[in-house]
Write a protein that binds this ligand. Structure first.
Ligand SMILES: [Zn+2]
Ligand SMILES: [Zn+2]
Length: 135
């Protein structure tokens, strides 16, 4: 998957650009994604950090665990990016903050053990109870 994609937050203060190869994309049902977004699931893409840059504004950072941080707009609250210390060469970006999210369809579900029971999607994508095989 290769792309040049723009995205940003709801209010427009923060913009970013993605270029080069995307590694993969998927839904995360973990509690941290749920609670940090107020939504039942977050959809993310993962790419090398070298392919991601903010082009306007500066995100606020929240350390959602000892080893990870979430980047968001402190004006409108949109969550934009996620980084893990153990995976410092990659960054995750919220699919729905892309200008054209349909360009990057999710390929799997992870952390299904935290799925909210009333929430289900009708796709046939692989479903992993935990972080999945290759992450
Ligand atoms: Zn904003
Ligand atoms: Zn998650």
């Amino acid at each position: 998957m290769s792309a040049s994609l723009d995205g940003g937050c709801l209010c427009g203060s923060i913009r970013y650009r993605i270029h080069g190869d995307i590694i993969d994309a998927g839904y995360c049902h973990c509690r941290l994604c749920q609670r940090s977004s107020g939504a039942p699931v977050l959809a993310w893409l993962t790419l090398p950090v070298t392919g991601f840059a903010y082009t306007a504004g500066e995100p606020a950072v929240f350390h959602s665990s000892e080893h990870s941080q979430r980047e968001f707009c402190d004006r409108c609250g949109s969550q934009l990016a996620f980084r893990r210390r153990e995976a410092a060469q990659t960054v995750d970006v919220t699919l729905a903050s892309l200008e054209d999210p349909k360009q990057v369809p999710p390929e799997y579900h992870i952390w299904r053990q935290s799925r909210i029971t009333w929430f289900e999607t009708s796709d046939q994508l692989p479903r992993h109870e935990d972080n999945g095989p290759d992450r």
